[in-house]
Design a protein around this ligand. Structure first.
Ligand code: NCD
Length: 305
């Protein structure tokens, strides 16, 4: 039995197969409509979510399966003091696969170690968010036609942003990628990530001003400042509007540079950009459903001819 805790749990070849499957699902949805009949997905969300939880649920419903779960720790037995290890033992009796989001780093991993069903990490604290990374990679591969040979700028809260940590990890396995980290000093990407890049001999640059690097980018990955992970509100207020992507700044960008964002957006991308062809963040959310469908089929070992 397989779980998904980290994007590196799948090899590059396995990811290619997963993305091929996701692209086939995109083109031939009806073919998959009954593939998970009789199967149940449990969504155990101890932290807020819109896209991740609902796209998992939509994915399972699109496959003909059903869903159960909770969307807030307060309405689960966690409020009575139950551990994730006990909860997952119980969920294992009720469902065939589980997607879990938790504010504590490593909680889904603890759950996986006690589980009788595949567990998917749907975000653990400021650590990892592998299914967002699968979504990001599928979006890039589908729209750019490749996963390698580009310069990617990651902008915003690179310290607490788990989507950024997972994406850098995953992209570090592809050829000819240059990373440009764009953040205020206080929100720089953690040392363990830059050390990993240095060890692998992968080029990166750290800058504060977005305008300075914009003309070089093939991809711009924007993120919000992660309010819930700040220790004091003053710092959050000082940093929250550090970057706002406007039409003016977009004039500096190459004509084919794609803008990605895991969403939710707060203020960091002006709504006037939404109509720009290069803004693909809403498409990205759609790819999130296809890739989660492919992931559920893969972890449940269901093959559709
Ligand atoms: C992200 C997350 O939860 O980390 N959201 C998502 O799943 N698409 C990004 C964020 O909350 O900023």
């Amino acid at each position: 039995m397989r779980h998904l805790m980290n994007p590196l749990d799948f090899s590059v070849e396995e990811l290619d197969q997963l993305f091929d499957l996701a692209n086939d699902i995109e083109k031939n949805m009806p073919k998959y409509a009954k593939s998970c009949e009789g199967k149940k997905l449990a969504t155990c969300f101890y932290e807020p979510s819109t896209r991740t939880r609902l796209s998992f649920e939509a994915a399972m419903l699109n496959l003909g399966g059903s869903v159960l779960g909770f969307s807030d720790a307060g309405s689960s037995s966690a409020a009575k003091g139950e551990s994730v290890s006990d909860t997952i033992r119980i969920i294992s009796c009720y469902a065939d696969i589980c997607a879990m989001r938790h504010p504590k780093e490593g909680a889904p991993m603890v759950a996986a170690s006690k589980s009788k069903i595949p567990v998917i990490n749907a975000g653990d604290g400021g650590h990892q968010h592998p299914t967002q990374t699968l979504t990001d990679l599928l979006t890039i591969r589908s729209l750019k036609g490749r996963l390698g040979g580009f310069t990617i700028g990651l902008c915003g809260d690179l310290k607490f942003g788990r989507t950024v940590h997972s994406l850098i990890n995953a992209l570090s396995r592809y050829q000819d990628i240059t990373f440009i980290f764009i953040s205020p000093e206080e929100l720089r990407v953690p040392d363990y990530i830059t050390e990993m890049l240095t060890e692998k001999g992968i080029a990166y640059q750290e800058v504060i001003r977005l305008e300075e690097v914009m003309p070089k980018l093939d991809l711009l990955y924007m993120t919000r400042v992660q309010k819930e992970r700040f220790f004091n509100e003053e710092d959050y207020i000082r940093l929250k509007d550090f970057y706002i992507l406007t039409k003016e700044k977009m004039e500096l960008a190459p004509k084919d540079m794609l803008i990605l964002h895991p969403l939710p957006r707060v203020n960091e991308i002006s709504v006037e950009i939404d109509d720009d062809e290069r803004a693909v963040y809403f498409k990205q959310a759609q790819y999130g459903v296809y890739v989660r469908m492919a992931l559920i089929l893969t972890l449940l070992e269901i093959h559709v001819d």
